[in-house]
Design a protein around this ligand. Structure first.
Ligand code: PMV
Length: 326
């Protein structure tokens, strides 16, 4: 009989990573403009490593997908296996250990909350813990980026960065990330449209437009970059109420890029009507999530309206910690 104590002893290591949302700057960030993103800790990916039978190698059990992958036989581009292989290599492990890795995530898939990147980061951290090592955020971020590249083609690197550092990030491609200051706490309602929209498709569509009309697209990216800088200053100076109109403006520009959708537009205008200070799509677009600026007073009304208008789920989260808790 396996007792609870024995089970605990069998666990060699665990790791986790949060979801994320992009506040401002998605798509333009692929073209070198800045973007702001924050971790969303209320949803997380978690991984744990247990001992397995001798000779069994490394198996990954993705609980939510009902999928089991064995490292030795997984396809070369299987994202979970790639994350594990890269982590074992980074950890300098000789051979493949006999471990069973279980992954579980509460982050909605393909909805702009960084589910894939968080699962990769949790795997990398759990394997490092099991190996008795610690990887710094830059190392975790680098591995997660390599996994993302397999599936997104040309990711900017913002997802892996904010998820690995677990901090609000002002991000410019190919530059070290900067933490951005939050002068005063504010609140977001994150509404899932329920429409799954792969980032690769919208990023590819924007790329085709850019190839056809680079001047128009570059001008649009410049305007988005201006919004990002203004928003950063508003957040730092403790004036989050100024973010609402900036979110609306950023949403409008993303619509011009063709990455909004009727569902996103409808949820955005309903959120505003219900009292949100502003709203925009977040992430790749055409589905996924909408973010709306709320307050403790408006959060419930906005949430109810979003759910009544077809949102598949709404998460309300504070951004930044109240004074005195840092
Ligand atoms: O869909 P998400 O949340 O992974 O966001 C992608 C953000 C883009 O700017 C559209 C693409 C990128 O690589 O930065």
């Amino acid at each position: 009989m396996i007792t609870a104590l024995m089970m605990r002893l069998m666990i060699k290591g665990s790791g986790s990573a949060p979801g994320k949302v992009i506040l401002f700057g998605e798509h333009a960030v692929v073209y070198g403009r800045p973007a702001l993103a924050i971790p969303v800790a209320v949803v997380r990916a978690e991984a744990k490593v247990e001992h397995a039978l001798q000779g069994s190698g490394l198996t990954i059990w993705a609980k939510d997908l009902g999928e089991e992958v064995t490292l030795a036989s997984a396809p070369a581009d299987h994202p979970l296996a790639v994350a594990a292989r890269l982590a074992l290599k980074r950890l300098g492990m000789q051979g493949v250990p006999d471990w069973r890795l279980t992954v579980h995530s509460t982050i909605p898939v393909a909805s702009g909350l960084g589910s894939g990147a968080a699962v990769s980061a949790a795997i990398v951290r759990a394997l490092a813990a099991a190996a008795g090592a610690e990887l710094v955020p830059a190392e975790v971020s680098d591995i997660v980026y390599q996994v993302d590249r397999l599936h997104h083609g040309n990711p900017s690197g913002i997802d892996n960065t904010v998820i690995a550092y677990e901090e609000p990030v002002y991000f410019v491609r190919s530059r070290p990330p900067q933490r951005f200051a939050i002068g005063r706490q504010f609140w977001l309602a994150i509404a899932d449209t329920g429409v799954r929209s792969p980032t690769k498709i919208t990023v590819g569509d924007v790329r085709r437009q850019w190839e056809q009309d680079p001047r128009r697209l570059e001008a649009c990216f410049d305007r988005i970059a201006g919004i990002v800088e203004t928003a950063r200053a508003a957040i730092a100076s403790g004036a989050p109420s100024r973010l609402g109109p900036l979110m609306d403006e950023n949403h409008e520009l993303l619509s011009e890029l063709g990455v909004s959708s009727p569902e996103l537009d409808r949820l955005a205008s309903e959120a505003r009507r219900a009292g949100a200070g502003g709203a925009k799509l977040s992430g790749g677009g055409r589905g996924g999530n909408l973010i709306a600026l709320v307050s403790p007073e408006t959060a419930e009304t906005v949430t109810d309206r979003l759910l009544a208008c077809g949102a598949a789920g709404v998460i309300v989260t504070p951004v930044g910690v109240p004074q005195g808790e840092m």
